[in-house]
Ligand binder design. Structure first.
Ligand code: M6R
Length: 362
């Protein structure tokens, strides 16, 4: 049932092109620059009047929200915030009638996320659940549900669902932008074209699997691993670190690249590989300076870089031209990197110690 793969995680990483095609199927019209998300009953008048969209989620889904927040603010020009579901509290100054809470959960059963949504609901805030699981508690309890259609995910490490969550939220951002009269047709068409090209771009990363395995094996002995990226690269840096620590049990941390010099740089040595995201939407020129900072301290660097940001004298992988979705493609390299580091150590990749696929306790 693992389809010839050694682990569900690897199978699910390789299922991403299919999952992504399913997520956009019938929902986008790149020529008109429009999105049609079925089944959403949020009245236009409500979306027009919303003054804050709050995303609540945990773990990988939280990282998808950090990515989506930036797209929402850029495309729909509406204030968007992201909170750990376990930390959510209804603020006193908020107008419930002008707030939308978006819960994001692969399983739709995460207790922390359900609790946050119930708290919002109780004070009259409208809720939208974005999930992979039809019929889940989240889908049933929210005012609206939007499905990411990634197909079942068995490995405890969330992989294919991350990219699917981000692109469904990207489509939702375009919907909100359209209703609010903020849609920039050129930018929307570009994003939709990028969405269409994403499965192929992800496939090109998967075709590089052997090369990533070699690099992962070469660096697996690192004392700790750091991941850096700016803007849309920030959530991907956090996600890369989460994936690696979760399945390899190595110490890994993600930082917004600019924060390195405010503390974490003290940890950087020749024994701490640094993985850097240098693509569109991540201010790559500035991150390049941070890469130089860690290189001058002897740290080995692995870059995930779009054309123009690569350097011949370092280990790196190319990210194809895909605009604001380039960091999502870089993330697939990080998933494979984590997988191969963990595999080289013989870890229980699909069932890492102390963790559950669906966390149903608060
Ligand atoms: O089902 P959910 O998306 O609500 O799960 C949230 C987290 O528990 C989950 O993403 C967790 O962080 C993953 N194991 C990370 O790979």
């Amino acid at each position: 049932e693992k389809g010839g793969y050694d682990h569900y995680m690897l199978k699910e990483i390789f299922e991403q092109p299919t999952a992504l095609r399913q997520a956009i199927a019938g929902r986008i019209d790149p020529i008109e620059g429009r999105v049609e998300l079925e089944g959403l009953s949020i009245p236009d008048g409500f979306l027009e009047g919303v003054d804050e969209i709050q995303f609540v989620a945990c773990g990988t889904s939280y990282h998808a929200c950090l990515y989506a927040k930036q797209l929402m603010e850029e495309f729909a020009d509406v204030r968007a915030t992201v909170e750990f579901a376990s930390e959510y509290a209804v603020g006193s100054g908020r107008n419930p009638e002008r707030t939308l809470v978006v819960g994001v959960s692969q399983s739709g059963e995460t207790a922390d996320t359900l609790r946050a949504l119930r708290m919002a609901s109780r004070v009259g805030i409208r809720t939208l659940g974005v999930t992979n699981t039809v019929g889940s508690t989240m889908a049933r309890e929210c005012d609206d549900a939007l499905y990411i259609r990634a197909g079942p995910e068995i490995g405890v490490a969330a992989t294919k669902t991350f990219a699917s969550q981000v692109i469904v939220l990207a489509m939702f951002a375009l919907t909100v932008a359209d209703v609010r009269g903020e849609l920039d047709p050129r930018a929307a068409r570009k994003l939709l074209e990028n969405l269409q090209d994403l499965p192929g771009a992800v496939q090109s990363v998967l075709d590089n699997n052997d090369a990533i395995e070699e690099v992962a094996d070469a660096y697996a002995g690192g004392e700790a691993f750091f991941f850096i990226g700016r803007r849309l690269g920030g959530p991907v840096a956090l996600e890369g670190a989460l994936k690696l620590k979760e399945i390899s049990y190595d110490h890994a941390e993600g930082f917004p690249a600019g924060e390195l010099k405010h503390g974490p740089l003290a940890l950087v040595t020749e024994e701490t590989p640094v993985l850097a995201i240098l693509t569109d939407g991540t201010r790559p020129d500035e991150t390049r300076n941070n890469v130089k900072e860690v290189q001058s301290r002897g740290a080995p660097v692995i870059t995930l870089a779009a054309e123009g940001y690569q350097s011949d004298d370092e280990v790196g992988f190319d990210v194809p031209d895909l605009g604001l979705l380039e960091p999502l493609v870089a993330n697939v390299y990080l998933q494979l990197f984590a997988y191969h580091v963990a595999d080289s150590k013989g870890r229980a990749i699909d069932r890492p110690r102390n963790l559950a696929k669906s966390v149903t306790v608060e």
